[in-house]
Every structure is written in C-alpha cells, then in structure tokens.
Ligand binder design. Sequence first.
Ligand code: GLA
Length: 376
Amino acid sequence: MVKLTPPMGWNSWNTFGEKINEQLIFETADIMAEKGLPEKGYEYLVIDDCWSLRERDQNERLVADPEKFPNGMKAVADYVHSKGLKFGMYSCAGNLTCAGYPGSFEHEFLDAQTFAEWGVDFLKYDYCYHSPIIPGRYLYRRMGLALENCGRDILFSACSWGADETHEWIKSTGAAMWRSTGDIFDTWESVKDLVRQQEKLHPYNGVGCFNDMDMLIVGMYGKGNVGLKGCSDIQYRTHFSIWAFMGSPLMIGCDVRDMNQATMDILCNEEIIRINQDPVCRQPVKLVGTWAGEDLLLYSRQLAGGDIAIGMFNMSGEKAVARLNLDEVGLPFSTGKTLSCREIWTGDTFRVKNATMIRELEPYDCAVIRAKVVDL
Ligand code: GLA
C-alpha cells in the first residue's frame, strides 16, 4: 500500500509492552477520537508485540490471546474502525517475535490473509529471531508480497532497525516506512542517539517509504515499558520537532488516556505537523552554520510551493547561539532575496538581514521556522 506522507498514529509498545488488552485498546480508541487526534492526522491505532497465544492453532493460524482479547481481533478492529481510526497489528520476520510469541516466518501468506480477515490496516514487521541464512531483504519482500496479495490495503511498516543495510533494499519490499534506528527509550540520551544514527540516512527518506525514527516518547515522563528517567516538556518538544522535521512517522507512545495539556500542545501543533506532512516530502539537509559544537544541530528542508523550513535544535544543557548564512539554503545575497520568517513555537516573526539568521536557544530548546522567500 502506498502512503504519500509519513504515517501517524499511536502504538502500544512504549508505555504498555505486554500489558495490553481489549479494554485498554477500546479506551485508547475512545480517547483518540474524543481528543480529535484523527483530525490532526493520528489515524492508526497499533497493537505491538504480545497480543497472541504462544502457539498457533491446528490450522497453523495465529490466535489472539483470549485472556487479553476475549472477543478476538475482528471485534477489536471493528471497534477501532467505529471510532474513525485505522487498526494496526504486529508480527515478525523471524520464528518468534522479539518478546517470544510466534513470528510469521514460513507463514507469511497465511498470516497476511488472517490479518486481512480481521480487518487490519497496518502491519509492523519486526526482525528478531530471523533466519541466519536467508537475507533480510528476502524476508521483507515475502511479507511485502503477501500483503499486496491479501485483498486488503495494509500498510507495511518494516522494523529491522536499519540492520543489514536496510536502506539499500527496503524500497524494493513495498514497505511504506522502515525503522532506521534502534529502539527508543524515555531519556534525552536516547533521543540524541537516534538523531545521530539518522544522520547518514536522510537521503533515503522520501515519498512512499519513510525513515522511521521509532515511536514518540512525548508525555511519558518516565512511566511505562520504555520509561526510564523521562524528559522535560522542553526536551519532549524538541524531540517531537526533530521527528516531525526529519519526516519520520509520528506514532504517539504515551498513555493517551492520561495526557496533560503540555503533551497535547506538543503533539497537536498543526504547523509542526504540517511540515512533517508536507506533500513533497523532501529530505532534510544538515547545515554547517557557524560551528557552535556538535550539540547544536541546524537543518533545512524545502517545502512544497517554495517555502523553506529551518530547524535549530539545541541538544545540550547550555544556552546556545545558532548562526546560519542563507548561502546554505540557496539564497546568497546575489539573488536579491531574503527570508520572511515565522518561528512556530513562539509565534515570533522576523525578516533575515544581511543574509544571516541568528537565534538564541535555551538549554534543550529548539527553533522551528517556516520561511517565505521575499525580495530584499
Ligand atoms: C523490537 C522493536 C520494538 C518493539 C519490540 C516488541 O524491539 O524494535 O519497537 O516492537 O521489539 O517486542
């Protein structure tokens, strides 16, 4: 299935891990609808690992754990759909999933058919316990083909963590998004680490097959399955801004039943989401700027219709001054043009003078700017 902009939604793993059940999913669907998340773009509700029994049935089919999902997965899909959401599930290219439940290896077509019968719209496909002999690209092509032939539009979300040079072959598999990093944890160090892992992979991001930097930790505050130290709201805002700016899928990972206003304000910022969902999905470009240490990241991205997004991300606990010459975004003085800017989080507007943009950034803060090209 082709998806033209980065998929958005919610996934159970970051907060709930194996503690998932029908009631939790129903309540999550209720709240997502109530809070208007689908209207903001968050359309997929995805159940991650640990939903099935440890054994297949006598027909080799996967079986939903009846204690967690007493009415089966079709009932869950129907409920999720009734709330105006799409329904996602999880399997693995190996014999077992990462948490040790049955994987889809050598059952790809049967499982794709089962998911289609249940009304699944999205499949996250992990890479644990995969064959040491059969290359990953073959395994993902199998499931990609199985999904294309299952009679239902199912978005294929590959999760091989960038291993085995995933970027070289992932577009051949039919995947609409692919995990380009290892797993996220709810700490600032983890955010920094994933951003670093991503740096060389931007050229592979684009329409129809998006680099997935993993689920968001915004609003977790150290609670739940991958919750460790937690982060501050400023750090969550910068984390969200980077994921959005880089064109990553935006999958919420906190307990949406328990979101505070700060979390809602971050996740639902329409202008930031608009950059993420820009229809041409051009790759972000790392800028040099005036070197102010490796913890000050500067990025630009050309948007549809001629606007430019500029992201300045202070990854350190010290104040920073970001300086950027417009030469780098294609607007030297000689063009007779400059930028008219709007800083999204603060609402500040300004015009760039002398072809140099300068912004002061508080510790861990960012400036995300949407700019128009105007006459000098
Ligand atoms: C892997 C994936 C995670 C999650 C777990 C589930 O670690 O990368 O996103 O799906 O497996 O076990």
